[in-house]
Design a protein around this ligand. Structure first.
Ligand SMILES: C[S@@+](CC[C@H](N)C(=O)[O-])C[C@H]1O[C@@H](n2cnc3c(N)ncnc32)[C@H](O)[C@@H]1O
Length: 164
């Protein structure tokens, strides 16, 4: 598989947020920190790079997070949840993540702890992509406040109690 093919595939992990989409969110949330970025794709003047390791830093202020969509995505959601709940200097974290509502990371970190979840209608076309993403996306917000009223159910139809 050539380099271009990798970039167009659903395996790509560094999907850059579409500029218009971000600008609209920024006008509502007024972000002060991009917790995972590079100098070439950051959405906020202040940002952490892979070298800084955003996962090892304190996230202060109004945070934007579009994490790498690889296996570590659960760690990013867990960190976002933790910073919003345990770090008084963190006002909130707004995350752009695939709407993978059947995954462990969604159930462990998003479902009971997010204070707002926005499901994007249609598919986002990420920067540099020729077409809409091959997965649905959502905006997940963590801040101190009441969790949404969601509950999980198994494939056998048993309600799962929230132990988180
Ligand atoms: C999906 S891109 C998002 C870029 C940009 N923030 C945006 O919203 O378009 C994820 C970015 O996280 C960076 N990254 C990967 N691991 C990281 C880490 N441990 N700490 C901080 N940034 C990291 C990647 O280099 C990449 O630029």
């Amino acid at each position: 598989m050539g380099k271009l093919d990798v970039h167009m595939s659903s395996e790509r992990m560094d999907w850059e947020t579409p500029h218009e989409f971000f600008a609209s969110l920024d006008s509502k949330f007024d972000f002060t920190l991009d917790v995972c970025a590079g100098a070439d794709n950051t959405k906020v003047e202040l940002f952490f790079t892979e070298e800084d390791d955003g996962l090892a830093q304190a996230w202060n202020g109004r945070c934007w997070m579009n994490p790498p969509y690889g296996r570590a995505i659960g760690k990013w959601l867990a960190k976002a949840k933790l910073e919003a709940s345990d770090n008084p200097a963190c006002e909130f974290v707004v995350c752009l993540v695939p709407a993978r509502v059947d995954t462990a990371w969604w159930h462990d970190n998003v479902m009971y702890d997010a204070t707002l979840i926005l499901f994007v209608r249609g598919r986002l076309t990420f920067v540099g992509a020729k077409a809409g993403a091959p997965f649905p996306v959502s905006i997940v917000v963590f801040e101190t406040g009441g969790p949404p009223m969601f509950q999980a159910i198994t494939r056998e139809g048993e309600m799962i109690e929230n132990e988180g």
